[in-house]
Design a protein around this ligand. Structure first.
Ligand code: CP3
Length: 342
């Protein structure tokens, strides 16, 4: 079915667009009262993720309410370790916790390369969302990068340093590569199935890229992202590696269309290091804490830094839950109304 608003896909393919498209990482979530209402009607976060009907409803909320140029399927990167055999709990105000984790090579026997059918609830949510969107905007599918998923599987919860995960890279790289390989195989099957179910673009989130050294990133993350990008065909791909400013030259060589920038990465420098890529980002989510005047000024600064083409506007990381809806609207409206004078 052809899309009524295909700005995101045209921009991702490097084509000129009449204006810059915009969506926000974590746009479906706690900032919307409408989300909180649906969330309060179920036992927990996982119940929402596992219900295709409710996941569809909250995926479409930001399209209706905020008028973003794309929807992103409501799910979590942690559904992949769960399908592999390591289930998680989302603890209120604490984040994800894994009752079991992988602490030694022997624990590898407790996980398996998952088939896409083990994540059928996400595939059903994608198919249903596509139907309900009825061609209004593209739908983004996603998965975590193997390194980021590995970090949660070893650590068992979020961490400031992920030192247990990093320890494995130094102490037993063979073990690390074995688990990274299993995650990669699972992720490829999962993302291929997301495309088959209707995802129009795929984003890979490497949220913990920035805690590795350049040499480690080259050994333990980039080869696996490369494998995933090479295996996903037919749709544009975005790689967002938070904090990986040091890997921009290598990222320019990835088989992906778009690279996501966080706010630590200078735009002109990123253009010079990644001339073949469309860039996505990169306003600091904290810029949305100011007055609407502040939001407007910072958003225009961002637009001018990227210029009119090869840019998908977004934040430099996920929206913080205490951001006001008015300021998010101001960010989106400023982008959608802006016309470049050059
Ligand atoms: C690291 C990571 C996770 N999940 C995700 C990442 C990568 C992106 C990033 O770096 O932020 C990705 C993610 N998680 C969620 C989405 C949905 C789509 C969207 O972007 O709107 C996406 C794309 C829903 C969610 N995932 C989570 C919520 C909040 C839980 C709730 O509503 O109860 C939502 C809406 C929970 C979650 N999930 C995760 C954590 C650490 C937490 C707790 C902290 C937090 O709340 O931000 C793991």
């Amino acid at each position: 079915m052809s899309l009524q608003n295909d700005l995101l896909l045209r921009a991702a393919n490097g084509l000129k667009t009449e204006r810059t498209p915009v969506w926000l990482m974590r746009q479906a979530g706690r900032i919307l009262p409408e989300y909180r209402q649906v969330r309060a009607s179920v036992k927990d976060f996982k119940a929402l993720v596992k219900s295709p009907e409710l996941a569809t409803e909250v995926t479409i909320q930001p399209v209706d309410i905020l008028k973003v140029d794309a929807a992103i399927i409501f799910s979590d990167i942690l559904v992949v370790p769960e399908a592999m055999g390591l289930s998680y709990e989302m603890e209120e105000n604490k984040g994800p916790v894994f009752p079991n984790k992988i602490t030694s090579p022997a624990d590898l026997a407790t996980v398996h390369v998952a088939e896409a059918g083990e994540l059928q609830y996400v595939l059903d949510a994608i198919a249903l969302t596509k139907r309900e969107l009825n061609g209004r905007v593209p739908l983004i599918g996603f998965a975590g990068a193997p390194w980021t998923i590995f970090s949660y599987m070893i650590e068992g919860r979020g961490s400031k340093t992920f030192s247990a995960a990093k320890k494995v890279l130094y102490a037993d790289p063979t073990f690390a590569h074995k688990l990274l390989d299993m995650i990669t195989e699972t992720t490829i099957k999962y993302l291929q199935a997301q495309v088959k179910a209707g995802a129009d673009l795929i984003q890979i989130f490497d949220s913990w890229a920035g805690i590795l050294s350049p040499v480690q990133y080259e050994e333990f993350s980039l080869p696996y992202i490369t494998r995933i990008c090479d295996a996903i065909t037919d749709v544009p791909k975005t790689v967002f590696a938070k904090g990986a400013f040091f890997a921009r030259v290598q990222m320019n060589k990835l088989n992906c269309h778009v690279v996501g920038l966080d706010w630590n990465m200078d735009v002109a420098e990123s253009r010079a290091l990644m001339p073949t890529k469309v860039l996505q980002g990169n306003l600091d989510p904290c810029a949305l804490y100011g007055s609407t005047q502040d939001v407007k000024r910072e958003t225009i600064k961002m637009l001018e830094a990227f210029g009119p083409h090869k840019h998908i506007a977004n934040l430099g990381h996920g929206l913080y839950p205490d951001t006001t809806v008015d300021n998010v609207r101001c960010f989106i409206d400023t982008i959608q109304e802006y016309r470049f004078s050059h």
